[in-house]
Design a binder for this molecule. Structure first.
Ligand code: MET
Length: 303
């Protein structure tokens, strides 16, 4: 097949069974989202946010798109906005990786940095200020736009059941905006009544009650409960240390040939803990959102 646009390369990523020792002889399958053209799971979200904005009449020719992001959503939004020749301003706390910020700029976006200490809330507030001062602008706002979970409900969820049928016992995924977790969990819970769903956060995030502090694990972690979690059945929340996440990142590279980012390391740590709770031979599906290559400047392979 000869593809005609980068958009056609988004989604339908491979599902890999990890050949590592899993407690209770269970199986862990990882959805390899670094195979999307922008290098992360958030390409799915970028196209969905821009399409929803256009459909709702909130994005017209020359609308300036403004979005707060840790980087990957910004890359996805920049990629999608480029197809429509829309200007993009991405508001990024300065702590997020140099590589992601470079890629957003390469795709044509303008970056506005906010202080790391103000967190993602600081980036959201700055985006709102910029939008108020920019005529003809629109913030898709991944943190509350229903198009966020919907993008994953529509694409990633069905891809998992297409690959595994009804043989999925548990779904484990990191939460930042919470869109991936909530959208896929909703889809799977509708299809498979017995499935158990587990969100993953780094230590420093507040889902399990805190305490709130900075962390090296990037792209996941929340400062407020995602509104998308309403009506999703959550079995248990896993809070993973940076050490555990980065140890897995190194292990996955050294022993399994997988070059993944720290949120993937955290997802694997949680999946292994889930395996301890579940009956023998369970099938656990998790998500590896991006690649380690966008974190080399942060010494991702140094635990
Ligand atoms: N992963 C999303 C983004 O890249 C949300 C991050 S919130 C820590 O924007």
């Amino acid at each position: 097949m000869i593809y005609q646009s980068v958009n056609q390369l988004i989604g339908n990523t491979p599902l890999l069974e990890l050949k590592l020792p899993v407690p209770n002889n269970s199986h862990i399958f990882a959805k390899l989202e670094m195979f999307n053209p922008g290098g992360s799971i958030k390409d799915r979200l970028g196209v969905a946010l821009i399409a929803a904005g256009i459909q709702q009449g909130k994005i017209r020719a020359n609308t300036t798109i403004i979005e707060p992001t840790a980087g990957n959503t910004g890359i996805g939004v920049a990629l999608a906005a480029q197809q429509h020749h829309l200007p993009v301003i991405l508001v990024v706390p300065e702590k997020f990786s140099f590589e992601k910020q470079t890629l957003m700029k390469a795709l044509g976006a303008t970056i506005v940095n906010t202080p790391s200490a103000a967190g993602i809330k600081g980036a959201i507030a700055k985006a709102e200020k910029l939008a108020a001062a920019t005529p003809n602008s629109f913030i898709p706002m991944q943190f509350k736009n229903p198009a966020n979970p919907q993008a994953y409900y529509d694409t990633l969820g069905p891809e998992l059941t297409a690959d595994l049928g009804s043989k999925i016992d548990a779904f484990v995924a990191g939460a930042g905006s919470g869109g991936t977790f909530a959208g896929v969990a909703k889809y799977l819970q509708e299809q498979l009544s017995q499935i158990k769903s587990y969100p993953v956060e780094p230590e420093g995030s507040i889902l399990n009650g805190g305490p709130e502090h900075g962390h090296r694990t990037e792209g996941i972690g929340v400062e407020f409960i995602p509104p998308f979690f309403k009506n999703i059945h959550i079995e248990q929340i896993y809070t993973i240390s940076d050490d555990a996440a980065f140890t897995n990142v190194s292990l996955l590279a050294r022993e399994h040939g997988l070059l993944v980012g720290s949120s993937s390391g955290a997802a694997l740590a949680a999946s292994l803990q889930v395996a301890e709770q579940l009956p023998a031979g369970s099938n656990i599906v998790t998500i590896f959102p991006d690649s380690s290559e966008r974190y080399l400047s942060e010494d991702i392979y140094t635990v």
